[in-house]
Design a binder for this molecule. Structure first.
Ligand code: C2E
Ligand code: MG
Ligand code: MG
Ligand code: MG
Length: 282
């Protein structure tokens, strides 16, 4: 009896696994089609100076406008894209669209000089040897310069193949592109690696920001990341800022930039333009 039960359990387990594999395959095929059908959209979230509240730039965040499913957040499809070779075309689309949008905003005088767009890079993209030439060509195609683009990478993104990664980020930095370490403090510690990286910016992970006004250890972590950034000659962005108390404390700690629902949710470009146009009219 026990044996039968065990076998059933194995069968169930395998059924579960194959159902999962099927769903994954389904999603992968749907993603490939979505790329052809142009179903992705970018939302933009302001990154503002900590004191003035002026948008210094925006982070581009991808969403999938899947017919019959609504707007799907990136956490639900980026990993499938990464493990199926679709992240390269998707990443190229995101970059092209973000830079096209920036150049359109410049043409309509909507953004101040020095305004930049920040784009997330997947670790998989960092292993792509044609990444640098693709990016620099796209920047030039839109009549922009490297300094108008920031690329966000996570610490975990920085461990796969150290040599290729370092060569890639050095080439990106040489092209004038700013590098930002996203979700800093989570994932794998890269304090030793940080010395070798030509990064211009650290983004404090939003989990620390969330706790900073109630938990003294989170507050200490946020202060330490800000201090570290400055010691290394980098600027610091706090992500996930939701309350005025957090913003006050970050200001007191000398953080340079803030991003979060308090300052603006990720928005489609038309909505962000409305916000900007209203601000100008006041
Ligand atoms: P991330 O780069 O750390 O982006 C910040 C995430 O925090 C975004 O989630 C944003 O909507 C959310 N957020 C911003 N302010 C607040 C806040 O005040 N409170 C809270 N609770 N959340 C806030 P989103 O858009 O769902 O993106 C999730 C992740 O997906 C991103 O994290 C990034 O790692 C990845 N991602 C997004 N777009 C792309 C892309 O084009 N390429 C790649 N490779 N990854 C992307
Ligand atoms: Mg990011
Ligand atoms: Mg982040
Ligand atoms: Mg994140």
């Amino acid at each position: 009896r026990a044996k039968v039960k065990g076998r059933n359990r194995t069968a169930q387990f395998e059924e579960g696994r194959s159902a999962q594999a099927l769903r994954w395959l389904d999603l992968q095929q749907a993603l490939a089609l979505a790329l052809q059908r142009d179903e992705f959209v970018l939302h933009y979230q302001p990154i503002t100076t900590i004191t003035g509240g002026i948008a210094a730039g925006v982070e581009a965040l991808v969403r999938w406008n899947r017919p019959g499913h609504g707007l799907i957040p990136p956490d639900e499809f980026i990993s499938v894209a990464e493990s199926s070779g679709l992240i390269e075309p998707l990443g190229a689309w995101v970059l092209g669209e973000a830079l096209r949008q920036l150049s359109a905003w410049k043409l309509t005088d909507r953004v101040p000089p020095g305004f930049y767009v920040s784009v997330n890079l997947s670790p998989v993209q960092l292993m792509d040897r044609s990444l640098v030439s693709n990016i620099t060509r796209t920047i030039a195609d839109h009549g922009l310069v490297g300094a108008e683009l920031t690329l966000e990478m996570t610490e975990t993104a920085l461990i796969d193949d150290e040599e290729i990664m370092l060569a890639t980020v050095d080439a990106l930095a040489s092209a004038g592109i700013s590098l930002s370490i996203d979700d800093f403090g989570t994932g794998y510690s890269s304090l030793a690696r940080l010395r070798h990286l030509p990064a211009k910016q650290l983004k404090v992970d939003r989990s620390f920001v969330a706790g900073m006004t109630t938990d003294s250890r989170d507050a200490a972590l946020v202060a330490a990341v800000i201090g570290l950034a400055h010691e290394f000659g980098m600027t610091c962005v706090a992500e996930g800022v939701e309350t005025a108390e957090q913003l006050d404390e970050l200001t007191r700690l000398g953080c340079d930039y803030a991003q979060g629902y308090l300052l603006g949710r990720p928005m489609k470009s038309a909505d962000l333009e409305k916000v900007w146009d209203q601000a100008v009219a006041v």
